[in-house]
Design a protein around this ligand. Structure first.
Ligand code: G6P
Length: 612
């Protein structure tokens, strides 16, 4: 998830582009850049870090001042570290084409090989530079930028929102979209293109929304819209009716809610290009260099903090189940100080959304010092953790802004499942079982969408218990960590005291807490221990507790036991947490809103804890 802006018109392009980037900064913020046609060549300025760094650099580059056409980008890295070289815009090696891109080119690797064989030279690690050179390659023979872009896009698999400039056509901007949003603001003799309307609204409320496989060719006098197969399309100019803040929030009241609802898309991005259904293999490019060592691992230790630690607990079950490797999970803060035994053949997997959590970094260093293979499951590309691991897998979940982690958690579990399948298939797993699991994973995004539809019902239930100051969350097996996560979400943002438990442990102490009217959330989808959980529910009910259950669609029996039921679709047992956690995220969210709490910035908490 990155941000694109393009401008052509009477104003100074640089000013419009920088203002636009600042509006888009919430979409990603690890590096930024700008390109403009200046005196017959493409001038480019890029910088790691936030937009303000780029702005400071541009202040020392007067040549940009007079340009009235340009493109700019704020990056949330997906391929390659967030440094200057990998920042957009990317130029073709002949310096004729500049390109900004939002999305992922899945087949960039074979395209790169092909272009290299034709003599193209690459300087960055990005998929975008491949597209810039592909366009340049076609431009040699096509004659126009428009045709070259069309030809190139027909070769591409993946997603893109792009804006392209060429030195040879200095008054023309070509934009296109597939799977990544692209909006064209139509002003008075000016056009502002952007990946969302927040960069446009201060210039005009008139916009054209491009659909997938559509492109626009814009110059100062007008705009033409066509498909990438060169069929003309007529587009309606529509009106934007949102404020800037509403646009950043995409119509949601809080970033946390937005991120909960983004989970289907985040998981699709996380899976993109990683499941080879034909070969029945999981492809994880970040592990290639160490795959032989990893396959021989005798033991895996997951480590992390908070929500990431909960994801680790699920990883433990996944690895034992699917990869048949002994696995355990340690709090990063404990791992470091307990003089852990790291035997030969141990892989330590550090899990972190930010990649900057001090305890997790320290645990990883400890593991490396003791000779472990150090792996990372990280969202922020180029973060400290990502740089200190031997190898790793990125989440591609997009920036997570709400302090309470939601979409990063489900993507962490998805990556763990991918890793377990990657190893399982290499160690013992049948192709048939692998195929079944792959189909199960691919179905998850749509299944999450169906769970999200219960949001209103979940809000009603949260309302009924809003004055209760103590809650319990129970689960077994794969859903035990989900119970922990449900309780953590509730306490983090609503300040209600909540405890998560392995359901059978309740009778060994916490049962003393149960009193008349106490809400007890039981995560009980169809599984081996379903009947046992029903007994735990009876124990709660006998003491006056009120049961809120998360159950599998079609389970009518559960109504005899629970006051309220949220349903999740059936899926392979090992993937259940990806569905059962969703109602718990929504329950916490609605409870916090009903109690008037600051959902996105809860008291005493920080998004990234960089102190021990
Ligand atoms: C903080 C956040 C939690 C998060 C934890 C780990 O405590 O409030 O939501 O789970 O850090 O963060 P990480 O970035 O390492 O996943």
């Amino acid at each position: 998830m990155c941000g694109i802006v393009g401008y052509i018109g009477r104003k100074r392009a640089k000013t419009v582009l920088i203002e636009g980037l600042k509006r888009l900064e919430y979409r990603g913020y690890d590096s930024a850049g700008l390109a403009a046609v200046v005196d017959g060549h493409l001038a480019v300025c890029k910088s790691p870090g936030r937009i303000s760094n780029l702005e400071a650099l541009l202040a020392e580059r007067p040549e940009f001042a007079e340009s009235h056409i340009g493109i700019a980008h704020t990056r949330w890295a997906t391929h390659g570290a967030p440094n200057e070289v990998n920042a957009h815009p990317h130029l073709s090696d002949d310096k004729q084409i500049a390109l900004v891109h939002n999305g992922i080119i899945e087949n960039y690797s074979p395209l790169k090989q092909l272009l290299e064989s034709k003599g193209h030279v690459f300087v960055s690690e990005t998929d975008t530079e491949v597209l810039a050179n592909l366009i340049a390659e076609f431009y040699r023979t096509s004659g126009t930028l428009e045709l070259a872009v069309q030809q190139a896009l027909r070769e591409v698999t993946g997603t893109y929102g792009i804006a392209v400039l060429s030195v040879r056509e200095p008054d023309r901007l070509v934009v296109a979209r597939k799977g990544s949003p692209l909006i064209i603001g139509v002003g008075q003799e000016e056009y502002v293109v952007a990946s969302d309307a927040s960069a446009i609204v201060e210039h005009t409320a008139n916009v054209v929304y491009l659909n997938d496989n559509e492109m626009a060719v814009i110059n100062g006098c007008g705009m033409r819209t066509i498909t990438i197969d060169n069929v003309p399309v007529s587009k309606q100019v529509e009106q934007i009716e949102y404020s800037l803040e509403e646009i950043a929030l995409g119509g949601y009241e809080h970033f946390m809610l937005k991120e909960i609802f983004e989970q289907p898309e985040a998981i699709r991005n996380c899976l993109r290009g990683r499941l080879d259904l034909r070969e029945g293999r999981v492809q994880l490019g970040g592990l290639e260099a160490i795959s032989r060592e990893l396959v021989k691992a005798r033991r895996v230790i997951f480590t992390g903090c908070g929500t990431a630690w909960h994801a680790g607990l699920i990883g433990e079950y996944l690895f034992e189940d699917l990869a048949r490797i002994p696995a355990e999970t340690e709090y990063a803060s404990e791992f470091r100080y307990r003089n852990p035994i790291v035997e030969f053949g141990t892989a330590v997997v550090a899990i972190s959304q930010s990649g900057e959590t001090a305890d997790t970094l320290a645990a990883l260093r400890e593991a490396r010092d003791k000779g472990a293979l150090a792996l990372g499951i990280v969202n922020v590309v180029g973060s400290t953790l990502a740089r200190q691991t031997d190898a790793g897998v990125y989440l591609h979940a997009g920036p997570e802004i709400g302090v309470a982690s939601t979409k990063a958690f489900t993507c962490q579990v998805v990556v763990e499942a991918l890793l377990a399948l990657y190893l399982g298939r290499r160690r013992y797993m049948s192709q048939e079982y692998m195929a079944e699991m792959m189909q199960g994973l691919l179905a998850i995004p749509d299944q999450i969408t169906s769970v999200l539809e219960q949001s209103d019902q979940i809000r009603e239930v949260a309302g009924k218990f809003i004055d209760c100051e103590n809650w319990l969350f129970l689960g077994r097996g794969y859903n035990y960590p989900v119970a922990l996560e449900g309780a953590l979400k509730l306490k983090e943002i609503s300040y209600i005291h909540a405890e998560g438990l392995a359901a059978a442990e309740m009778k060994h102490g916490p049962i003393a807490l149960i009193h008349e009217g106490m809400p007890v959330v039981v995560v009980t989808p169809a599984c081996m221990t379903y009947d046992k959980i029903l007994s735990n529910i009876e124990e709660v009910r006998a003491r006056g507790g009120k049961i809120i259950a998360v159950a599998t669609e079609g389970d009518r029996e559960i109504h005899k036991y629970a006051e309220h039921v949220f349903y999740v679709p059936d899926c392979p047992k090992s993937l259940q947490p990806l569905l059962t956690v969703i109602p718990l995220q929504l329950l916490a969210y609605h409870a916090a809103v009903l109690r008037g709490c600051n959902v996105d910035k809860p008291r005493n908490l920080a998004k990234s804890v960089t102190v021990e």
